[in-house]
Structure formats: structure tokens, C-alpha cells
Design a protein around this ligand. Structure first.
Ligand SMILES: [Ca+2]
Ligand SMILES: [Ca+2]
Ligand SMILES: [Ca+2]
Length: 212
């Protein structure tokens, strides 16, 4: 979805085999093809394009199929699960239309952030761009931490050598959300705000496993 403008997805979906003309032939058609009252018709079209089995809900698999990085790779399942976890507010394991509205806006906002910090328009975020982005979010990280993050989230070098190929959109979002989650967890324990915490094993494990 990063690569394709929402409109392109919309047209793609209508030209594909899941066009809206099929709604009425589906056994659940009457209940899911009609947008909820007051729904943005454009948003409903995008939702219908991602809900390929017309169940009225978006699953992790459907979401992963719909989300494409600029370099043509699909989003990592970890990122898809993270997004589902944030927006599946009723905790039924699927994304309904109202939840999708929030999810879509979130992705569009992140696309704008990504494009802003992808200074060289390479379609990925390199170490310098990452450092600038995190600094603008208020994270003043050491060079070694930045390198660690860059290596963790960059996709492997294509030729096995040379500079890391950078961080794709989906991994950039996951990196930023993870850094925020871990930092917030730390700050909660660091009550006097001196940069040190005392925690037991249980707390440490909960903190790490609670990160996306
Ligand atoms: Ca579905
Ligand atoms: Ca849900
Ligand atoms: Ca770049």
C-alpha cells in the first residue's frame, strides 16, 4: 500500500475478480456490501478491496496481501500483527470497518512521515535518515544504539556486502513503534527520571515481550 496510491488500489480492485458487481451474488452480499450509515464511500471501497473474501472483516492474511512496500516486498507478518493489535479494538482478532478507518489513516500518516525522512527518495531509510527521524520524535539515541536499530530492521544486503540496503516502510513503522513502546515502558519504571531503573526478571521479560 505504500507504493500504490489508495486510488490505484481502488481501481485495481474494481478491475479484478473481486469487483463490486459480485456483491449481490455472494451469500453474505446483502449484509456486507452496504456501507454502514455515514461511512465514507471511498473508505468503504478501500475496505472492500482489502476484504477479498467478502467476510466483512479483514484478517491478518488479507491485510498482509494488501500492504506492499516501495520495493515490492510484502509487509512482514510482525508488522501486520502489530497493526492488527493496535487497531483491533474490540479484540475479535479481525479488523472491522470502523477499525479499518483508523488503521488506514495511521498508515497514510506514517507514509507521509516516511516520505519526509527518506531524504534521498531511495524508498528506504538509511542510518542517517533514521537518526534524523528519531531525533525529531524526541529520541536522542547513542550512535551504537542507532546502528543496532538500523541493522535489526534493515533487510539483508542483496549482494552480501556493501552498505545495508536500508529500512523499508513496514519495518520503519515497526522500529518506531517498538522504540516508543520500550521507551515508554522504561520511563514508567524510571520514576525519578534519572535514566536508571531497578527491575526484576519478571518485569524485564514483560517489558521485552510487550514490545511489537
Ligand atoms: Ca475477510
Ligand atoms: Ca476487531
Ligand atoms: Ca533513503
Amino acid at each position: 500500500m505504500y507504493n500504490a496510491h489508495p486510488h490505484q488500489r481502488h481501481h485495481h480492485s474494481l478491475s479484478g475478480s473481486h469487483g463490486s458487481q459480485r456483491h449481490s451474488h455472494h451469500r453474505h452480499g446483502s449484509s456486507v456490501s452496504v456501507p454502514p450509515p455515514g461511512a465514507d464511500p471511498q473508505m468503504w471501497q478501500w475496505f472492500a478491496a482489502v476484504d477479498t473474501d467478502r467476510s466483512g472483516y479483514i484478517t491478518a492474511n488479507e491485510l498482509q496481501t494488501a500492504l506492499i512496500n516501495a520495493n515490492g516486498t510484502r509487509f512482514d507478518l510482525d508488522t501486520v500483527k502489530m497493526l492488527m493489535n493496535i487497531f483491533d479494538t474490540d479484540r475479535n482478532g479481525r479488523i472491522g470497518f470502523q477499525e479499518f478507518t483508523g488503521l488506514w489513516k495511521y498508515i497514510v500518516d506514517w507514509q507521509n512521515v516516511f516520505r519526509h525522512f527518506d531524504r534521498d527518495k531511495s524508498g528506504s531509510i538509511d542510518g542517517r535518515e533514521l537518526s534524523e527521524a528519531l531525533l525529531s520524535f524526541g529520541y536522542r539515541l547513542s550512535p551504537s544504539l542507532l546502528t543496532k536499530i538500523e541493522h535489526k530492521y534493515a533487510s539483508g544486503p542483496v549482494a552480501g556486502y556493501g552498505p545495508p540496503p536500508g529500512i523499508t516502510f513496514d519495518r520503519f513503522v515497526r522500529a518506531c513503534v517498538t522504540i516508543k513502546t520500550l521507551t515508554d515502558s522504561f520511563k514508567q519504571l524510571d520514576r525519578n527520571n534519572d535514566g536508571w531503573v531497578q527491575m526484576n526478571y519478571e518485569q524485564f521479560m514483560m517489558l521485552i515481550l510487550g514490545a511489537p
